[in-house]
Design a protein around this ligand. Structure first.
Ligand code: GLN
Length: 471
């Protein structure tokens, strides 16, 4: 095994036993970055020098402590890292330097992880392919002609290509799980409120959640241990007791009740993905789980409801980018024209589309017809999931209906929106869900299986995910 292919716990053991130094770890990862980054383009900002300096400091420490001691990580560029540029993939934030650390970043640092850089993303996390980044698209490490998924495509690509060992992404409608599936890595969207959003640039505040992208389920659990927990800076942070998410990994899953959602099968799913789903079911049955078919009758309304709720909240959240407070300013002849010129130049096409949809949906006379109705659909969906979790422990479905598509292939925004049909319902209900790599299609492109757990049941969810991963 090379240094860059070691999982988190083995790497830390080697560091603690002084078999390797943190500096060597960073040098090895830097070598990969030098070789691969020109083709993949995972990063908007990279700081190897700073990472090497931090590694040197860690090497001098007598006590090698921290859940992520010496682990090279990447952070999606919508999370604040103190004194670093944070762009959220947008020209409007070009040159904006964060004056503070997001809570997740603070936690990574406290656990002695080494931050290598900020990863590329669809502008303000709006997209499913990274093609909406205002800088450049990221390429899928498995095949450069294909997208890595989005919006956390840079994070997924950096983990897959061994440019880092683990990364953080954010998931509003699938942005951790979909790129995880497309690149062949593990991606977790935690229960809404489990991980602090303080210092995350808000897209749709009632849906956004930060989650880890890793090469295996155990690393995912370790990352979650590092970043989960109550934060008084985030009003939606859940005050629940700390858990060890690695606790149940490898424990037998005999008697676990797995649900298959009937309505999922009504969608057009790529044959190879259906095959992998069958194989996953067989594995779980062999391990002693029971399979039940359940119904989430309103599943097909999740996408339309999401495209009212998310743009509405985005239109409000993005009003703070006015050319006065952050990043880009295009000076006009008065204040209004400064706003107009800055936002016209600073925002990309998809972001403008969402602001228009959201502003329309929230405008007087339309609120009841759109936002209120979408909120009701959301509640119905959450109720349906709640009912499902009375009879099953975990739901199993594909993460996506297709494997990765080619760069430039999706021509219309609606086509792109369809990429998230199986991930969006989870965010609307605030549930935890994980994508685990499971096989590949005839072109060698990875397939992801998705598991959905009940609220705050990450430990049990990871237990099943581990079983799916290790068969
Ligand atoms: N692809 C979805 C969108 O464009 C979800 C994005 C996300 O989860 N951030 O809104």
């Amino acid at each position: 095994m090379t240094i860059t292919s070691l999982p988190i716990s083995s790497l830390i053991n080697k560091l603690k036993n002084k078999e390797i130094t943190a500096r060597e770890v960073i040098e090895n990862y830097a070598k990969n970055i030098n070789e691969k980054e020109k083709n993949i383009k995972s990063f908007i900002n990279l700081d190897i020098e700073k990472a090497l300096k931090r590694a040197g400091e860690l090497d001098k420490m007598d006590e090698k402590k921290g859940l992520l001691f010496g682990v090279p990580v990447a952070v999606k560029d919508n999370m604040n890292v103190k004194n670093c540029e944070t762009t959220a993939g947008s020209q409007i934030l070009k040159g904006y330097i964060s004056p503070y650390n997001a809570t997740v970043v603070k936690k990574l640092k406290e656990e002695n992880a080494i931050i290598i850089g900020k990863t590329n993303m669809d502008e303000f996390a709006m997209g499913s392919s990274n093609e909406n980044s205002s800088f450049f698209p990221t390429h899928n490490p498995v095949n450069y002609d294909y997208v890595p998924g989005g919006s956390s495509g840079g994070s997924a690509a950096s983990v897959k290509s061994e440019e880092v060992l683990a990364a953080l992404g954010s998931d509003t409608g699938g942005s951790v799980r979909e790129p995880a599936a497309f690149c062949g890595v593990v991606g977790l969207k935690p229960t809404y409120g489990l991980v602090s959003r303080y210092g995350l640039i808000a897209f749709s505040s009632s849906l956004d959640q930060i989650g880890p992208l890793t090469r295996n389920v155990k690393d995912c659990a370790i990352m979650l241990n590092a970043i989960a927990g109550f934060d008084p800076h985030d009003e939606t942070s859940a005050n629940i007791k700390k858990e060890d998410y690695t606790n149940l990994l490898g424990k037998e899953i005999k008697g676990k009740r797995i649900g298959i959602i009937k309505e999922v099968m009504e969608f057009n799913i790529q044959d190879e993905i259906k095959e992998e789903l069958k194989k996953t079911i067989n594995t779980l049955v062999k391990l002693g789980a029971t399979i039940t078919e359940i119904s989430i009758a309103h599943l097909k309304y999740a996408l339309p409801a999401y495209y009212i709720v998310a743009p509405s909240e985005a239109s409000s959240n993005l009003s703070r980018f006015d050319g006065v407070r952050y990043g880009l300013t295009v000076q006009g002849k008065n204040l209004t024209s400064t706003y107009e010129l800055t936002r016209t130049e600073g925002f990309g096409e998809e972001v403008k589309r969402r602001i228009l949809i959201g502003t329309f949906a929230l405008s007087a006379g339309y609120y009841d017809a759109y936002y209120l109705k979408a909120s009701k659909v959301r509640k119905i969906l959450a109720n349906e999931f709640e009912k499902a979790f009375e009879t099953v422990d975990t739901l199993l479905l594909p993460t996506t209906a297709t494997t990765a598509f080619k760069l430039g292939e999706k021509k219309s925004p609606l086509e792109m929106y369809m990429s998230d049909i199986f991930t969006i319902p989870v965010n609307l209900a605030g549930l935890p869900a994980i994508s685990v790599p499971h096989g590949s299609d005839k072109n060698g492109l990875p397939i992801g299986m998705q598991l959905i757990g009940s609220w705050f049941k990450e430990k049990e969810l990871l237990q099943i995910a581990y079983a799916v991963e290790n068969g």
